[in-house]
Ligand binder design. Sequence first.
Ligand SMILES: Nc1ncnc2c1ncn2[C@@H]1O[C@H](COP(=O)(O)OP(=O)(O)OP(=O)(O)O)[C@@H](O)[C@H]1O
Ligand SMILES: [Mg+2]
Length: 352
Amino acid sequence: MAIYAIWNNKGGVGKSYLTFQLASEYARQNPNKKVLVVDICPQANSSSMLLGGMDAGETVLTQIHTTQPRRTISGYIEERIRSPYVSPNSGAGYITHVATHNDKIPPNLHLVVGDEQLEMQASRVTGASFPGPPDAWRIVHLWIRELISDIQTSWDNADSCVFIDCNPSFSIYTELALTAAERLLIPFSADGSSKRAVKAVLSLVYGVRLHPGDPQSEFFRELERHRMTLPAIYMYIGNRLTQMYMSSASAFKTVVNEIGDEIWGVWQSSAQTFCIHPNSTATPHSRKTFQNMFQYEINDANSASVVSSALGIPIARLTAGKKEVAGKSITVNQSQLDKQVPNIRTLVENIE
Ligand SMILES: Nc1ncnc2c1ncn2[C@@H]1O[C@H](COP(=O)(O)OP(=O)(O)OP(=O)(O)O)[C@@H](O)[C@H]1O
Ligand SMILES: [Mg+2]
């Protein structure tokens, strides 16, 4: 059992798309395991894709969002705002069985649905961690961990894997997700701001000072104070790098190499923040063995990706041919599928 957070404080790098693809593929490859997606993002993008995409998925989302009691992440958060320091042990009441709504998703995948109400609740969540009992910060930061463990208990602690889709900003919810997670998947794209984001993750989560004299993040200091554990970096996922390669080869290479240098630098200065993959043989000593363990790439699949997310069909299940999306016919080519499906499969095979 492992809990993964998919996070990068840069927006639009593919966190939600990858949560959808990786969780679906993980459930397909591991039919005997329970898979849980916790969508802790107010945009609820991964929920929408899992539940059937822009038409069917959005309809289901609206139905769930307008039914009382609210069986979403916000429903649980609301309960915790009322009972911040004593767990109601009610997490199992907040899951949605995805295949009931979308038959393209394996039956072993469950979801805590994302909800735009999170935005309105945020100040009350922060308010619950201070003032309060001396360890209020710690207890509040364990809400999502408790949600997950309630669900796992309801599954008799069967073998499971959890994916948490985070919103980009370093909000209170991202903090809760990171204290719940054991491992971190960091998607990035090939642009200059991704390079900065690689460093930002380090300073926000692991207290690394980017410049001498910089203060350490409050999140990191509180974690230390409460002796709580941090998630370990499991993978950097270069997402949609090839598309940019096609458009601008040399500029692309420069940027990707610089990001690669940055990540390699992270390993050299902070190897303890990484999770050595138990499947692999040894601690990496060269840049090549490091990249084999910690750096993966997901290609852009163009229209196939659009159709996959719009219809809520995991890309590994999508077939070539004409598809109808919002009343328009879109053709999915086999060559598009061949670009991305093997990446998703291999990446998931390396998720333990
Ligand atoms: N590998 C890919 N191939 C093709 N399209 C992709 C790929 N990854 C992401 N996309 C598309 O890029 C867009 C942004 O992705 P996504 O919404 O997953 O990013 P995000 O990091 O979750 O954004 P936010 O920070 O707003 O939460 C979406 O339209 C998504 O479908
Ligand atoms: Mg997102």
